[in-house]
Design a protein around this ligand. Structure first.
Ligand code: DAH
Length: 346
């Protein structure tokens, strides 16, 4: 009888290890623990055994039953879990290895970052170095050192966001243009200087389709012996052609900026209508793209450059405007409203 039990046990364990699914486990349960199973029969027959056999066989049979019951419930849980996972990965009971992987969403550079990189690339190719500077700036660099003293009417050209400072401290602001970096660069280096400075600038301004309170500019500065207005024109003409196409023409007209003399604005001929006049160029045939000029001698003097020895040119342009012109975008606010449908186009 004891041998019989050992036999049942080994067969049960054997079969258990090769069960494939829940249904087979049920068959196994009926076979080894069901009412008609050998083990149940033996347990029922225990009462009719001799007293001695009753003890040993009864104990072994009961132990075997509880072992098998534990095994049954353990296997049931494992198979359930397995079935659950299979449903997740297969709809019809097989694994579809041809399914494409889940796409990893790729990010990209913001359109203005792309424009910064492209324009810096052009100037690097022309021999300029790229530097960056602080967005929180002293009044001195943003205005005074650039020939714009306190109460000078030219301050009206830049609506300024001021930073609260302790009384007695020097006035501080969010830079309204990248021009303060002209001063910082010249303070730190001796000529020859050839730098471009991309970066964010801030204006205290109502936003509309062409104005944002934060936008990007790119400043340029070249100072050396014998730099003339011809260098300014040649460099900026080359830049315009590399960015807007070989066939571009440029126009320089007088303009006023306190830190340059003479000051100019540069326009390119309209690349949509070729100069005939259209909506983009407001019928004029020309599109203004930047301000520039020969560095004012007082600015040079302030950084201890001798204006009798050194001359230079500077320029500044708004980068959103450049991007808008090139891609026909009509509202500057699109750049900073975090709408991926817009941003993903570039
Ligand atoms: N800083 C000027 C502005 O924000 C742009 C500018 C004009 C920069 C002439 C220059 C320059 O360097 O020479 O309006």
């Amino acid at each position: 009888m004891i041998e019989k039990l050992a036999d049942i046990k080994s067969k049960a364990l054997d079969e258990l290890s090769s069960l494939a699914d829940f249904n087979e486990l049920e068959v196994w349960r009926v076979r080894y623990l069901g009412k008609k199973s050998e083990l149940t029969q033996i347990l029922r027959g225990v009462a009719s055994l001799s007293q001695e056999q009753r003890k040993t066989v009864g104990a072994s049979a009961n132990e075997l039953r509880s072992n098998l019951e534990v095994l049954y419930s353990e296997n049931k849980d494992a198979l359930k879990e397995q079935a659950f996972q299979d449903v997740e990965t297969t709809a019809k009971g097989y694994k579809d290895i041809s399914l494409p992987g889940r796409p990893i969403p790729l990010g990209r550079l913001h359109p203005i970052t792309q424009t910064v990189n492209e324009i810096c690339g052009i100037f690097v190719a022309l021999g300029f170095q790229v530097v960056e500077g602080p967005e929180v700036e002293w009044d001195y660099y943003n205005f005074e050192a650039l020939n714009i003293p306190p109460d000078h009417p030219a301050r009206d050209m830049w609506d300024t966001l001021w930073i609260d400072t302790e009384s007695g401290q020097r006035p501080m602001l969010l830079r309204t243009h990248t021009s303060p970096m002209q001063i910082r660069v010249m303070e730190q280096t001796q000529p020859p200087v050839r730098v471009v400075v991309p970066g964010k600038v801030y204006r205290y301004e109502a936003t509309d389709a062409t104005h944002e309170s934060m936008f990007y500019q790119l400043e340029g500065l070249a100072v050396d012996e014998y730099i003339t207005f011809a260098d300014l024109k040649g460099t900026l003409y080359e830049f315009a052609k590399r960015l807007f196409g070989k066939e571009r023409r440029v126009r320089f007209r007088c303009d006023y900026f306190p830190f340059v003399e003479p000051g100019v604005e540069m326009a390119i001929d309209c690349f949509i209508c070729g100069g005939k006049g259209c909506r983009l160029c407001s019928g004029t045939g020309w599109i203004e793209i930047l301000g520039a000029g020969m560095v004012h001698p007082d600015v040079l003097r302030r950084v201890n450059y001798d204006p009798e020895v050194y001359t230079g040119f500077a320029f500044g342009l708004g980068l959103e405007r450049i991007h808008m012109l090139r891609y026909g975008i009509e509202d500057i606010r699109l750049f900073y409203s975090n709408d991926l449908r817009f941003l993903r186009q570039f």
